[in-house]
Design a protein around this ligand. Structure first.
Ligand code: PLP
Length: 401
């Protein structure tokens, strides 16, 4: 019997069962305090380059304020197809195989909703980006996590994928460079995973949002692996590589059946991505490569400094090959991830995210984003160094960024 005054009982039980994001909890705590340096949220500290903003302003002056086609401006889709062809040698038909979305977030939701039948299992390497499991559950699927470990540099192996497969497995989700660990996969890792995918007839959703932020070796796009293009939904966007988080623009590329199905949901729920953001994305693709490369160089410099800072503190940290995250092992402090993050915030006003917010295999770690200015990073690590010393780990040298 439903209690009429208990509104929460009327809410879909799947929605009720989803816990709030562990990232947001710390973000909200940090924003309510003064003087906090946040290494918490995964957002570029750069403002969108001026020529992209100007491109958008110019489009508004010219009166571009309408709906676009559901799939997005054809000119933008053609530019995306060109970019994927030049960068990875993988070709897509801009008219039938590309969909412009409201960020990768919408692409993720659409792909899950278009592909999952009730009870289908989705394999998710863990530690994992916080949206994957809820997006799976909301689409009626069952998230099945595959733990990765620091001993294996948080790389997903074909062997581990194989072991997690059951008769209900339908989708493998990939996210490399990875959030939260910064791990990257080598081409030969992907080739081995592709064999398992082929043998078990799986579909892959490949979230390539950090593809441009790769510092070790070159990134291989999963769709470019022989035989994988048609069984992969490639998701990407502009939030990270072009510092465009607030514009909410991304895209999905895949075979026309998948993209057509996703577009069906998109046309009834979203209609189309905002035209102003689409015009900005067009400018980013046409003229933004150089600016993007410069931002990547900055991230890489910060990555080296942050790695050195952890080394000096005596905190083991696996070297991330991509994205803008480090995932240090803080277990030597004797604190849990939650305690470390909470105490660091309260005592030193530095915000990091407890590793277990990304799944149980993140326990004993914290995620520190280095998408912050050198000054902020320097100050944050000076504070963290003092904190770590007080909590039992001896710094070898005074951190001097
Ligand atoms: N995928 C991953 C792995 C992310 O880290 C994020 C944001 O942090 C997103 C998707 C969301 O991207 P967008 O801003 O394009 O929706």
């Amino acid at each position: 019997m439903i209690n009429k005054n208990n509104w929460s009982e009327r809410i879909n039980p799947v929605v009720r069962s989803i816990p709030p994001s562990g990232i947001r909890k710390f973000f909200d705590m940090a924003t309510e305090m003064k003087g906090v340096i946040s290494l918490g949220v995964g957002e570029p500290d750069f403002v969108t380059p001026w020529h992209i903003r100007e491109g958008c302003i110019y489009s508004l002056e010219k009166g571009y304020t309408m709906y676009t086609s559901n799939q997005g401006l054809l000119e933008l889709r053609e530019e995306i197809a060109r970019d994927l062809d030049i960068t990875y040698g993988v070709t897509y038909d801009a008219r039938r195989e590309l969909l412009v979305t409201v960020g990768v977030s919408e692409g993720l939701d659409l792909s899950m909703r278009a592909l999952i039948c009730p009870g289908d299992e989705v394999l998710i390497p863990e530690p994992s980006y916080v949206s994957y499991a809820p997006a799976t559950a909301l689409a009626g699927g069952v998230p099945v996590t595959i733990a990765t470990s620091v001993e294996e540099e948080f790389r997903l192996t074909a062997d581990r994928v194989e072991k997690a497969i059951t008769p209900r497995t339908k989708i493998l989700l990939l996210c490399y460079p990875n959030n939260p660990t910064g791990a990257v996969l080598r081409r030969r890792d992907l080739l081995e995973i592709a064999e398992v995918v082929r043998d078990h007839d799986l579909i892959v959703i490949s979230d390539e949002i950090y593809d441009k932020l790769t510092y070790i070796g070159s990134h291989t796009c999963f769709s470019s692996i022989p035989g994988m293009r048609d069984r992969t939904v490639l998701l990407n966007g502009f939030s990270k590589s072009y510092a465009m988080t607030g514009w909410r623009i991304g895209y999905a590329a895949g075979n026309s059946d998948f993209i057509g199905a996703m577009n069906k949901i998109h046309q009834y729920s979203i209609l189309c991505a905002p035209i102003t953001a689409q015009m900005a994305a067009l400018e980013a693709l046409k003229n933004g490569r150089e600016g993007m490369r410069k931002m990547v160089q900055h991230y890489n410099r910060r990555r080296h400094l942050v790695m050195q800072a952890f080394k000096d503190m005596g905190i083991p940290c696996f070297e991330p090959g991509g994205a803008f995250y480090t995932f240090p092992d803080i277990s030597s402090t004797g604190l849990t991830s939650e305690m470390f993050a909470e105490k660091l915030l309260m005592e030193e006003k530095v915000a990091v995210i407890p590793g277990n917010a990304f799944g149980p295999s993140g326990s004993g770690f914290v995620r520190c984003a280095y998408a912050a200015s050198m000054e902020d990073l320097g100050e944050a690590f000076r504070r963290m160094s003092g904190f770590v010393k007080r909590n039992g780990v001896q710094s070898k040298i005074v951190v001097n960024l």
